[in-house]
Design a protein. Structure first.
Length: 264
């Protein structure tokens, strides 16, 4: 478990943010692509739990980036909390302020919490969710952990509803497990479409919806992230070559496109 001091620190930082009155806000959010949003109609639920699973350990950056896109869409201009397990940072890269900015997210709107293990990850995430002070809470874990149980996911779902915040749990280097999540996704890297003048393309993902409590059948899409719109978009056919995804483990794969950098 995180120490009493760590939780007290988190509570103090959350208390400095105003509790948000959701009032008449809609209870769904959109990804930004008409055909995908129509398929998911009425759309993923705000104030619920969503699971994102990296297809392979090498896809951890892609899974975290996709989850960041979902969290950005669900946050609705409110602050965001990103809880990062230390091992996830060691294996997939640490958070990078300039990368967040390039993503379209202001770093000063993201409260970053680093924790030791999965138990601490869940405890910090639950505390942030039920505070009612943030729009979304992103929890990035690594590896198998007994703490990641069905009961734990139910606690997160209840905390999200109680605090009017949306929860996103990213798991890498682990097997898929039962969860109370409203949607579950399996995410891998995709080829990025190069832009004009050889400019590197947008972050790209292969996102597979594996379960939806709203009844949408499993489906898969190739998506890119448009930082200007702060929304997902479909790869556009352009003249020129297609750029390959950086080799997993390389410096480029840890780069700012996903708001991550290598820390050691």
């Amino acid at each position: 478990m995180p120490s009493t001091y760590q939780i007290a620190q988190l509570k103090t930082r959350l208390a400095s943010l105003s509790r948000h009155d959701t009032g008449g806000e809609p209870e769904r959010f959109l990804l930004g692509i008409d055909r995908v949003d129509a398929y998911l109609d009425p759309g993923p639920c705000l104030f619920c739990l969503h699971d994102i699973h990296a297809r392979t350990a090498a896809d951890a950056v892609a899974a975290n980036a996709f989850a960041l896109g979902l969290a950005t869409r669900a946050t609705r201009e409110r602050p965001m909390v990103w809880v990062f397990q230390n091992l996830a940072g060691q294996e997939a890269g640490g958070l990078n302020g300039s990368g967040l900015h390039e993503w379209g997210v202001s770093p000063d709107r993201v409260l970053i919490v680093r924790v030791r293990d999965a138990t601490a990850l869940l405890a910090a995430g639950e505390e942030a969710l039920k505070s009612g002070a943030v729009g979304s809470v992103l929890m990035s874990g690594w590896g198998e952990a007994r703490a990641m149980s069905l009961t734990a996911s139910r606690r997160l779902a209840l905390a999200a509803r109680a605090g009017s915040s949306t929860a996103f749990v990213v798991r890498a280097a682990s097997m898929s497990a039962p969860s109370a999540a409203e949607t579950r996704w399996s995410v891998g890297s995709a080829l990025s479409t190069g832009l004009e003048a050889g400019v590197p393309g947008r972050p790209a993902f292969v996102a597979a919806l594996t379960r939806s409590r709203q009844g949408a059948a499993p489906a898969q899409w190739t998506l890119e992230w448009d930082r200007e719109r702060r929304a997902f978009c479909e790869p556009a056919p352009v003249s020129g070559r297609r750029l390959s995804v950086p080799v997993p483990g390389s410096a480029a794969a840890r780069g700012p496109a996903a708001g991550l950098r290598r820390t050691g």
